[in-house]
Design a binder for this molecule. Sequence first.
Ligand code: S3P
Length: 191
Amino acid sequence: MNRRTKDSMREDMQRALHGRSLVLIGLMGAGKTTVGRRLAQRLDLPFADADHEIEQAAGKTIPDIFEDHGEEHFRDGERRVIARLLESGQQVIATGGGAYMNEHTRQKINDNAVSIWLRADFNLLMKRVRRRSHRPLLQNADPEAVMRKLIDERYPVYAAADLVVDSRDVPHNAIVKDVIEALLSFEGAQQ
Ligand code: S3P
């Protein structure tokens, strides 16, 4: 794509956002961080990964926060960190899988940002999360059962996002392209 096309596409995307941030939601393994980082580059906006920000604020890793203080404490920090990010200027924000389940966070995202649910099926999520072991919710005897339960509980809530893009087993850039298309068509829906 030549420079001119990229610039005009960025302007179109910015128009769809109306100065709001772009927030990625979805389950663990959906690709929120990788896709979010690339979208931020395309939009020429700062990128924030909420999980990373929580770790920075706490001075410890997410597994250690869960282990030392419990999930509730983590959720509390998550709510505060995302509220702060949403108040600190336009950016692309990748959230942790549980963030949008919090009513306050959901409301704040709906009020201040355009939300995109990266929807992925069970097999893709398991394929991705199996590669890494830093997720406390999956550190148990039956991670597959946990993932199925999370899909059942969360997908009806994630469905409230402004836009839904199917994450597939393709290079992340293809998903970035789908998100951009969804965003550009969202502008039409806003008229
Ligand atoms: C969680 C997802 C994780 C992280 C924490 C809890 C969840 O983020 O916030 O381990 O509740 O789904 P990712 O979705 O980025 O893996």
